[in-house]
Design a protein around this ligand. Structure first.
Ligand SMILES: *[C@@H]1O[C@H](CO)[C@@H](O)[C@H](O)[C@H]1NC(C)=O
Ligand SMILES: *[C@@H]1O[C@H](CO)[C@@H](O)[C@H](O)[C@H]1NC(C)=O
Ligand SMILES: *[C@@H]1O[C@H](CO)[C@@H](O)[C@H](O)[C@H]1NC(C)=O
Ligand SMILES: *[C@@H]1O[C@H](CO)[C@@H](O)[C@H](O)[C@H]1NC(C)=O
Length: 450
């Protein structure tokens, strides 16, 4: 039963898009608004949007323990939230009654298409990264439309090798901009090295005073670009993040970049063995892309109750490590709930030979989490409900992201509609706002035309 009455006590803000000021005078040529505002009929303001006829993934009860099989449900979006999931046989009368009450309602038919939670990417170099080949090799800043086309509605930004000419204040400002444009954003403070860079001069203060900060990362370990922190320095940092997490009511996590040195996770295991710090505060990444020895460690990590992040393969570079790792872990019946997949978008991809010489250089695009899902389903025949967990349910639960990762009543209306055949995105909604239609994707204010 839908509690229709509940609806009328809500004050409904206007959906679809906010009316922003456009720099018409100077930027008429490059940005006349058509890239920021959707085409008709999506360009008007609606108090309610109804997605009809879709096959809905990511439904759970509020305990979030168990994700249901896909269901044929219609989804009602209002006031930035999922207002209701309703049985399709009831939709017509529901919509009519809303219209009778004077509400503006847009119905969008997504017949038989995949409707699922928007993707969460825990590792995005949102203001660019790189620089390992000198000043000219700094990578580009992320662009809104590329993030949206990658199905992303939640993004965690971070710095990497360069914590010197890239600043956390620039990153915070960027994450706020993306939030304004319809995504949900967080960030890690720090960079590869210690002493870690922070916003306020202390990791604990950053966690407590700055909402977007989830912890620190990506702190490099077992990598020639790391600052080789000692065990005691690491213990200090991890206990800082734990207590900062407690005081701020956040999980409090250090996100570790794992390199390919033979030390692997040794230091982290020692810390866990010698202290009472829970494993959940330590979140290693790149763990599927550095060979079998590190992957074996990942298996141990998961069995010990930890969560690992796998960096998505880049199909254009013929990478298959992560795909192989996911298939292997699934075949071994390991708890896949403890794995997330992130893109490392806008990070550089330097490749070094055995003597440490750079032999190639590239940059990761932001659609790799989506491409992972496409490959798992279309190439490896995974059920879609299993394939999506690494970038929806799993990071939402692990990072305790409020009202994210599932399609549950009252959760944020972060919704991705995929073509059932090729799993390419048709629509993206971020907190109820239309960010993408089949013919249009929202651009940021100064994004160049393609
Ligand atoms: C805005 O730019 C788009 C893309 O170049 C163009 O198709 C459209 O006609 C322009 N609209 C106006 C009002 O100038
Ligand atoms: C830490 O403890 C685990 C599990 O008891 C054990 O397998 C591992 O060898 C220990 N590692 C170190 C570095 O002490
Ligand atoms: C990827 O594999 C294809 C087919 O084997 C090959 O043609 C292409 O050159 C490879 N690309 C890269 C970047 O190695
Ligand atoms: C979905 O993808 C298939 C195959 O690429 C295509 O034929 C079809 O037109 C697409 N459907 C929509 C609604 O875009």
């Amino acid at each position: 039963m839908i509690m229709w009455k509940r609806f009328f006590v809500l004050i409904l803000p206007i959906l679809v898009y906010s009316n922003e000021i456009h720099y018409k005078q100077y930027h008429q040529q490059s940005n006349n608004g058509s890239r920021q505002h959707p085409p008709s009929p999506f360009d008007k303001s609606y108090q309610m949007i109804v997605l009809t006829g879709g096959k809905v993934y990511g439904i759970s009860d509020s305990t979030r323990e168990h994700v249901n099989k896909p269901q044929n449900m219609d989804i009602v979006i209002a006031a930035e939230k999922i207002f209701a999931l309703i049985n399709p046989s009831k939709t017509a009368s529901f919509v009519n009654s809303m219209k009778d009450q004077g509400l503006t309602v847009l119905s969008i038919s997504v017949e038989n298409q995949v409707v699922m939670p928007g993707l969460i990417d825990t590792h995005v170099h949102a203001i660019g990264g790189g620089g390992e080949q000198g000043p000219y090799s700094r990578t580009a800043e992320s662009r809104l439309s590329r993030l949206i086309d990658g199905g992303l509605t939640s993004v965690v930004g971070l710095l990497g090798t360069d914590g010197l000419t890239r600043s956390l204040s620039a990153l915070l400002q960027k994450m706020k901009g993306l939030e304004h444009d319809g995504l949900s954003t967080w960030m890690w403070v720090g960079s590869y090295r210690i002493p870690i860079v922070t916003l306020t001069s202390s990791l604990q203060q950053d966690l407590v005073f700055i909402d977007k900060v989830l912890g620190a990362g990506e702190l490099a370990l077992s990598d020639h670009r790391s600052s080789w922190p000692s065990k005691s320095e690491l213990i200090q940092l991890i206990s800082d993040v734990r207590v900062g997490g407690m005081l701020s009511g956040k999980p409090g996590i250090i996100h570790f970049h794992m390199g390919s040195s033979p030390e692997k996770l040794d230091l982290l295991w020692q810390i866990l063995n010698e202290t009472t710090i829970p494993i959940r505060h330590i979140y290693p990444t790149h763990i599927s892309s550095r060979g079998d020895a590190l992957l074996d460690e990942a298996e141990k990590w998961i069995k010990a109750g930890g969560v690992c992040d796998f960096t998505a393969d880049i199909p254009d570079l013929n990478e298959t490590d992560t795909m192989n790792a996911l298939n292997k872990f699934r075949n071994k019946n390991l708890p896949l709930k403890q794995i997330t997949v992130s893109s490392d978008a806008y990070g550089s991809i330097p490749e070094y030979d055995a003597s440490g010489q750079l032999i190639s250089y590239d940059m990761a695009p932001p659609d790799l989490a989506l491409k992972t899902i496409q490959a798992l389903v279309l190439k490896y025949a995974w059920p879609l409900e299993e394939a999506i967990q690494f970038s929806t349910v799993n990071p939402a639960v692990y990072l305790n992201l409020d009202r994210k990762g599932f399609l549950i009543e009252n959760y944020d209306a972060d919704i991705l509609v995929l073509n059932q055949t090729d799993l390419k995105p048709l629509y993206v909604f971020g907190k109820g706002q239309i960010l993408k239609t089949p013919t249009w994707t929202k651009h940021d204010m100064f994004e160049p035309m393609d």
